[in-house]
Write a protein that binds this ligand. Structure first.
Ligand code: AHR
Length: 497
């Protein structure tokens, strides 16, 4: 099969906001305890932070991390997580029906973020709590000194304010499973009033309102309209969440789900812009895809889990090779929307639907999905060029015409390097793929890599998966010609003029 991507020098989609390479740590399962925090572990530092896990996270180059939930935040009292550890309460976490010991909390998270070179995306509890707890929390984190909560922070060891910039106004408040779930009017009012109060304490913050928990939510569309109608002036970003699974073992249809993500993002952009027009507003609401991933492998296990354990094994999806291909396609889709998608969080980061796992033997390892994420987060910097991709298509039970090849090109800020990411979704046929130079001149191929040759259900517990060189390319006058293996993730870097 033949396919191509043409690099259009004069048609940028938009500058990439690198916060789209964010991730997420929730107090859920073993994300925190025995994930990032494990006092006594051989690699743990004096704070109990696991260095082996930090090393893997640093390879992923994650610029922002959402915390502390997720569903967890809707029952969380932030005050439980500060002060002397031996005085912190053990609480029932109603969201996941586990015991939360609060031994890792706000200060520990902020210290740990320094080690992984990431900024916080902090969520406030708009489930069981509201304006009062949120305004106290931001006084604690962002007010310099001389007030009740800022001085409490100083007493707890942090003289300088944390200056947390990005705040999520609750989590998935459209979902009936959410503790304190609300209808769109009630949530819109609460989000508006909460953000208003928080901005009185610190007017430099930016806020993310809850959009829909999935495109399939029955309230999708009306939820976004109503919330933005009420809270437009207090909201900077609207969130969307999306997870996919291959429950039916239908890989072609599973790999096509990036089209669903594309529809979801386009739909939310359209709604934001419709409200903007209706309000005659000059302000544009951008998007935060602050939970996305594959999530389904662990569902059966989790349905049988005993309740009220401390950090049980939960949502421990073991990812296979086809999951990595879909994650790659989702990243490409996100880049296609670089003009409006400004933040995103791979959910999650460690042990819970995560690219990084820790095991019973004290080891830490990278899942299959680690590799495409790492390559995009480290190499996908600069401006996305309008994707002109030509590919044959296939049909599935949900999608009429799925391109076999997904692709996107990014031009770096210096304008001298183009990076192309591409997935071949054909399970049995290679692609004779052309990267057409368009108005560029191609000087040299500096990277030609592939993630290929693994079984669709192959997993990486033993760490055997590797990115490999793709030596099949040659540079011609019209561009680069290369063979994409069946079922493959591919990355090319080209010196351009
Ligand atoms: O990421 C796991 C869970 O998925 C989060 O807690 C929740 O927001 C979503 O439903």
């Amino acid at each position: 099969m033949k396919s191509s991507i043409t690099l259009d020098k004069y048609a940028p989609v938009g500058q990439i906001d690198e916060r789209i390479y964010g991730s997420f740590i929730e107090h859920l399962g073993r994300a925190v305890y025995t994930g990032i925090y494990q006092p006594g572990h051989p690699s743990a530092d004096e704070n109990g932070f696991r260095q082996d896990v930090i090393d893997l996270i640093n390879q992923l180059n994650v610029p922002i991390i959402r915390y502390p939930g997720g569903n967890f935040v809707s029952g969380f009292n932030w005050e439980d997580s500060i002060g002397p550890k031996d005085a912190r309460p053990r609480r029932l976490d109603l969201a996941w029906q586990t015991i939360e010991t609060n031994q890792f909390g706000l200060h520990e998270f902020m210290q740990w973020l320094d080690k992984v070179h990431a900024a916080p995306m902090m969520a406030v509890n708009l489930g069981t709590r509201g304006i009062d707890a949120a305004r106290n929390l931001i006084e604690y984190t962002n007010f310099p000194k001389g007030s009740y909560y800022s001085d409490m922070r100083r007493k707890n060891g942090a003289e300088a304010p944390f200056n947390i910039k990005t705040w999520c106004l609750g989590n998935e408040m459209d979902g009936p499973w959410q503790i304190g779930h609300k209808d769109a009017v009630a949530y819109g009012k609460l989000a508006d009033e909460t953000a208003h109060a928080m901005r009185i304490v610190d007017d430099t913050i930016e806020t993310v309102a809850c959009g829909s928990s999935a495109l399939t939510m029955p309230t999708f569309g009306s939820w976004e309209s109503t919330v933005l109608d009420i809270a437009y002036d207090q909201v900077d970003y609207l969130s969307l969440h999306r997870y996919y699974g291959n429950q039916d073992n239908d890989t072609p249809n599973f790999l096509a789900q990036s089209l669903d993500l594309d529809d979801f993002i386009s739909g939310v952009v359209a709604i934001c812009d419709a409200i903007k027009a209706r309000k005659h507003s000059k302000k544009t609401i951008n998007l935060s895809l602050d939970e996305w991933n594959v999530w389904y492998h662990s569902n059966d296990h989790d349905a049988q889990d005993a309740k009220w354990q401390e950090h049980p094994h939960k949502l421990e999806d073991i990812y296979n090779f086809e999951d990595a291909l879909l994650v790659g396609s989702m990243l490409i889709t996100m880049l296609h929307h670089a003009d409006r998608l400004k933040m995103a969080c791979l959910a999650q980061l460690v042990n819970v639907i995560a690219p990084i796992m820790t095991d019973e033997n004290g080891g830490a390892w990278a899942q299959s999905i680690f590799y495409p994420f790492m390559q995009v987060s480290t190499l996908g910097k600069g401006t996305v060029l309008t994707p002109i991709v030509k590919s044959e298509t296939y049909g599935t039970k949900e999608f009429a015409a799925v391109p076999y090849v997904d692709g996107v090109a990014v031009l770096n800020d210096a304008g001298d390097t183009a990076t192309v990411f591409a997935v071949n979704k054909s399970l049995d046929t290679p692609q004779e793929f052309t990267i057409a130079a368009g108005d560029f001149q191609f000087d040299q191929v500096t990277l030609s890599s592939q993630f290929a040759g693994y079984g669709l259900k192959e997993t990486n517990e033993d760490g055997h998966m590797r990115l490999a060189d793709n030596t099949s390319y040659y540079l011609a006058d019209d561009g680069v010609h290369v063979t994409l293996a069946p079922a493959s993730w591919n990355v090319f870097q080209i010196k351009v003029q």
